[in-house]
Design a protein around this ligand. Structure first.
Ligand code: F6P
Length: 358
């Protein structure tokens, strides 16, 4: 049996750890592994590379992906130059043909909801597919956690610790904008871990008055600085998410970004307290995975090879409690996993007096 592995969508800490685990455990069972370069672009264009034990040696702690990735290049709407014009055409048959020509039996797709949606469509066309849930956003259904999330939270927590000392010295409001797309997981976890006073997430549209009042209350108690974590997808009551730009060829063309600046401006005007904004951005995606993500990534890689050996396809490996299980791929991508209003950490945050903006 021959496996092909690709990493699709935004990169995240732990991708190399998964690739390594797939190659090492496949090797134990005598399976061959090929790498596909730059996500589905390589699948469409037939751009492959060998993945031997040697190729994955030493990559466990490395950030990024040795295969390269892209969050554009959807084979079902592939931007192709035809008669001098860029057109979006269905090139999914090229993917099937390229894999067949290389003798690949199984595609292991490491991705978030965009890449796994594409993988599901390829499975519907008869390809044997196994998905592995990746994203710092932690917004995939059917798994307790995606790999990469914990490391992103760790990075955001560290940023908050640093913002605390400068914010306190200058008696300022410090706003930290974190990633997460339409879900507030990174903001919620980092906010609690970093001792934020206000956490604003997309699931709870915020009331600016309430946020300002909570900061003024703190000021009256002698706390002359405040720390706010705002998820990039957060929005004011009655308002919209702030879109940075639209990116063509992407599964979801909307790229969020800019709510931190808006909130910072509005709050300074409202409260009269000097405010500074930091956008954490791609620091959350880069760098070495923490121990939790290395272990989770490794377990996902091993579980994917197990599923291939047992010929179970059209599934995604997932974390449930302490176990790695297999779930139908469509369950993972049917809808996004947002922070429920009864999430235990959200309730704990409220119990601590953290302002959630509602
Ligand atoms: O899905 C991961 C993520 O980092 C989101 O948190 C963010 O909104 C998006 O990707 C950014 O995408 P891009 O790499 O296109 O800037």
């Amino acid at each position: 049996m021959k496996l092909a592995v690709l990493t699709g969508g935004g990169d995240c800490p732990g991708l190399n750890a998964v690739i390594r685990a797939v190659v090492k455990s496949a090797h134990q069972s005598g399976l061959e592994v090929l790498g596909i370069k730059d996500g589905f672009r390589g699948a469409v264009e037939g751009d492959f590379m060998p993945l031997t034990l040697n190729d994955v040696s030493g990559i466990l702690p490395r950030g990024g992906t040795i295969l390269g990735t892209t969050n554009r290049d959807n084979p079902f709407a592939y931007e192709t130059k035809l008669d001098g014009k860029l057109k979006s055409i269905d090139r999914s048959d090229d993917v099937l043909r390229n894999l067949k020509e290389r003798g690949v039996d199984v595609l292991v797709a490491i991705g978030g909801d965009g890449s796994l949606n594409i993988a599901l469509k390829l499975a519907d066309k008869g390809l044997s597919v196994i998905g592995i849930p990746k994203t710092i956003d932690n917004d995939l259904m059917a798994t307790d956690q995606t790999f990469g999330f914990q490391t992103a939270v760790e990075t955001a927590k560290e940023a908050l610790d640093r913002l605390h000392t400068t914010g306190e010295s200058h008696h300022r409001i410090m706003v930290l904008e974190v990633m997460g797309r339409y879900a507030g997981w990174i903001a919620l976890y980092a906010g609690v871990a970093g001792g934020a006073d206000v956490i604003l997430i997309p699931e709870i549209p915020y009331n600016l008055n309430r946020v300002a009042q909570s900061i003024q209350r703190r000021a009256k108690q002698g706390k002359k600085f405040s720390i706010i974590v705002v998820a990039e997808g957060a929005k004011p009551l009655g308002g919209e998410m702030v879109v940075d730009r639209l990116v063509s060829g992407r599964f979801d063309p909307i790229k969020l970004g800019g709510i931190g600046a808006k909130l910072g401006h509005d709050l300074e005007e409202h409260s009269g307290i000097e405010t500074r904004v930091t956008v954490l951005g791609y620091l959350q995606r880069g760098g070495s995975p923490n121990a939790f993500d290395r272990v989770l990534s490794t377990r996902y890689g091993v579980a994917a090879v197990d599923a291939a050996l047992e010929k179970e396809f059209g599934i995604m490996v997932a974390l449930r409690g302490r176990d790695i299980v297999r779930v139908p791929l469509h369950e993972a991508v049917d809808k996004l996993k947002l922070v429920p209003l009864i999430d235990p950490l959200l309730i704990a945050a409220r119990a601590l007096g953290i302002e959630m903006g509602d």
